[in-house]
Design a protein around this ligand. Sequence first.
Ligand SMILES: *Cc1c(COP(=O)(O)O)cnc(C)c1O
Length: 424
Amino acid sequence: MNIAFTKRKRGELYELTSKIIDEYLDNSGDNPVTPRIDQSEIRERTRNYNFEEPIEFKHAIQILTKLLRDGNLHSSNPRYMGLFVPKVLFPGVIADTLTAAFNPNLGSWGHAPFPVEVETYLIEEFGRKFGYSLPNIDGVFTSGGAEANLNAVLCALQAKYSDYWKIGLKGRDPVIYCSTESHHSLLKAARIAGIGSDSVIRIESSTQLTINVRLLQEQIEKDIANKKEPLMIVGTAGTTGAGAFDDLTELSRISKRYEFWFHVDAAYGGALILNDELKGPLKGIELSDSITFDLHKWPAAPVGTSIFLTSNNEVLHKLFRISADYMPNENRKVVDPYAHSVNWSRRPIGLKVYLTLLMIGWQGYSDLIKHHFETGNLLRQLLEDRGWVVMNETVLPLICFIHPKLIGENERVQIVCDKLVESG
Ligand SMILES: *Cc1c(COP(=O)(O)O)cnc(C)c1O
């Protein structure tokens, strides 16, 4: 098998691929939002190839494209209204392609100086946007909000127990506070960190679906009396279910009083920071010790593009510093990602955000947020005009609605939802 791809061959394959992408994006309304095929069919079609007989290159690309079309959700369909997997902004497609072709490895600065500097620069820029100030801004790009939340738990442990990196949890009993509406990735983060999900105390939410501060205070006092070791408070800025914003200033005040780590999970709602008029609900986020922000949600970068930010510029280094003979020499003036994060080898993540910012600037992001905000308001208006009831209160374009005839009829609601999804 000749695995050399000649210049001519490559040219043909690029041409075909770019035609496929163009057609896909131009006719995105043609594909049903949800896949129409069942599991047995998609599995059978996936396993139709045993890799014994190589397939002609163009034909192989066509096979892949057909399966991507039939066996995938199409967020690029204009009628797709899910918010957590948006249609990607085009610069991200280009940057992801270039990143793959240049095949860099972000492990060490020495092997990828430009991609590392891009991420360092963007961490500073986003840190500043959220109201942190240099030289205290630090952070890392992560695969998603779940990994960013894991970083938050690990950093909180390191900040509380200075020898955590060495001896771990030995004899320690830390607990984490968040609301019942907070994201379930925190439970996994607690499992991975070795403190277990029972250590995550989910405080009852208020009727606005935000953390009930009074209950939080009571729980803290009780836990301290019971010799538990409160570690951190997690505020959610834009809950996944209903877009509610915890009172970040109040949570920061409580965290400071007890000396807990204060993390804000702003995976989705954090994007409001990109629009000066709309960022009000994030007030207090600048007082946090760390922030989770997904650029692959509202700002529409291809998955996985997330950032973990912290205003403690020592903790990541204390937690992850390590040296190995086979890695390029540690140079104090640069940040080696492998010695600053969970990952060792990984692909650059920041380049797609860098290219997007080069192409559309902060103004482009700001306009995107404003447009979606207005679209959300329009949808609310249209629903209410037609007699539907909007159930949640948020500035985010995240709208929970029900028909008055369906209130309390959960089984029928499920049937309506299933039919909607089935219809594509
Ligand atoms: C989506 C979400 C997460 C998880 O982020 P991933 O990027 O899917 O890993 C965490 N927290 C909140 C509030 C979210 O909305």
